[in-house]
Design a protein around this ligand. Structure first.
Ligand code: FES
Ligand SMILES: [Fe+2]
Length: 392
């Protein structure tokens, strides 16, 4: 069956990548109602375990409540708006704001108000529960959505991913936490996203780091609004890594997971719009994109490996910041495909305002540049209020 993506073309205007008003539209239409990775289920094992996260302007936290259910709330006290919890940990059986000690049940209901009778008379409880967010879990990962009734309910958003999912279970002890870094990229979040799903550049920009991955050796499966990549270069089942990247990882002394030969590893799982999962026989990475301004994006990447030893509780506190400015030497000499990508994304971004900038013909196929149009259509669907409609 032919689809619009058989003949990919650029469908977003240049200003979508540098204009502050466009980013405001994305905040209202897309990010305020999008699913984003928030925690692992391991982080939220016991009643009272919580973890905070941010989605653009939203301060949120996910929590295992007293009944063992996952909950998500806006981390905004109903008294004067203070953030209630920080980082991660266990908050016991009540959620307590540090400012004036208003307390909430783990289901979000307002419970205690200090000096209530003297100071307030009576505070109406029914209108002052914590604002809810939506929460969902899939294969050990917990996702949050600032909108308690998102246009794509969790099961719809994640539908189909099981057919391309990874074997890792972060709870079984075979992988341990190895730390986190934050990349600072002077480009629009969509420039980075589009580069990440561009199968056409792999064999050229990355020929020293990923090897010769040409469009006929790539598979980018559209799964709803998501895209799942793997290489078909190696014998047997499709794998996450190319021959060269596997040799490099083994050569660097990384240990493979037991049973990796029998397992299927998608290399990159781009979960629209802000989450990237990267499973491999050597470990697991979760990256969350954080659009800061139209031309500044950070990406927080957490890693689990067979030899990790970092403290999970420290995650997100002060990860090492990696930017091209603090790297020595040229990115193309770094041996690091992420730095190669950052270099290209910043070069694209610098040209977006040029009157001469115009996207030319795009390479057809889901191993090449068709995923870019598929992604852009999803952005437009959200901005046009058609988020329930997948596939253009
Ligand atoms: S702001 Fe939370 S109790 Fe006052
Ligand atoms: Fe790349």
């Amino acid at each position: 069956m032919s689809t619009p993506f058989d003949h990919p073309r650029q469908i977003l205007p240049p200003e979508a990548y540098f204009d502050a008003e466009w980013l405001d539209r994305e905040v209202d239409g897309l990010f305020d109602r999008s699913w984003v990775w928030a925690a692992t289920e391991q982080d939220l094992k016991q009643p009272g375990d919580f973890r905070t996260c941010r989605v653009m302007n939203h301060s949120l936290f996910v929590l295992r409540d007293g009944a063992g259910e996952l909950q998500a709330f806006h981390n905004v006290c109903r008294h004067r708006g203070c953030e209630i919890v920080e980082g991660s940990g266990n908050l016991g059986s009540t959620i307590r704001c540090p400012y004036h000690r208003w307390t909430y049940e783990t289901n979000g209901a307002l419970h205690g108000v200090p000096n209530e009778a003297e100071c307030f008379g009576a505070v109406p409880r029914e209108n002052l529960s914590l604002h809810r967010a939506a929460v969902g879990a899939h294969r050990g990962m917990v996702y949050v959505n600032p909108d308690p009734e998102p246009p794509e309910p969790f099961d719809e958003w994640i539908a189909g991913l099981d057919d391309h999912a990874w074997p890792h279970d972060l709870a079984d002890g075979s992988l341990s936490y190895a730390g986190d870094v934050r990349y600072e990229m002077h480009c629009n979040w969509k420039v980075f996203y589009e580069n990440a799903i561009d199968g056409y550049h792999l064999g050229y920009l990355h020929n020293k780091t990923l090897g010769s991955v040409y469009p006929d050796r790539n598979v980018w499966h559209p799964v709803g609004r998501h895209t799942v990549w793997y290489s078909t270069e190696r014998e047997g089942d499709p794998q996450s890594s190319t021959v060269l990247s596997a040799e490099l990882a083994d050569g660097a002394g990384a240990t493979r997971l037991p049973g990796h030969e029998e397992s299927f590893y998608p290399g990159v799982v781009m979960l629209f719009p802000l989450t990237i999962l990267s499973p491999s026989p050597w470990g697991f990475h979760v990256s969350v994109l954080e659009p800061k301004t139209p031309d500044l994006t950070t990406m927080w990447t957490q890693s689990w490996t067979t030899y990790g030893s970092a403290s999970r509780a420290e995650a997100g506190k002060a990860p090492t910041l990696i930017s091209l400015a603090n790297q020595e030497g040229h990115p193309m000499e770094s041996g690091n495909f992420q730095l190669e990508d950052m270099w290209i994304c910043e070069m694209i971004q610098r040209n977006l305002r040029s009157p001469k900038f115009k996207v030319g013909p795009m390479a057809a196929g889901f191993g090449a540049e068709s995923p870019i149009m598929h992604f852009q259509q999803s952005v437009l669907d959200y901005l046009n209020g058609d988020a329930g409609k997948v596939g253009g």
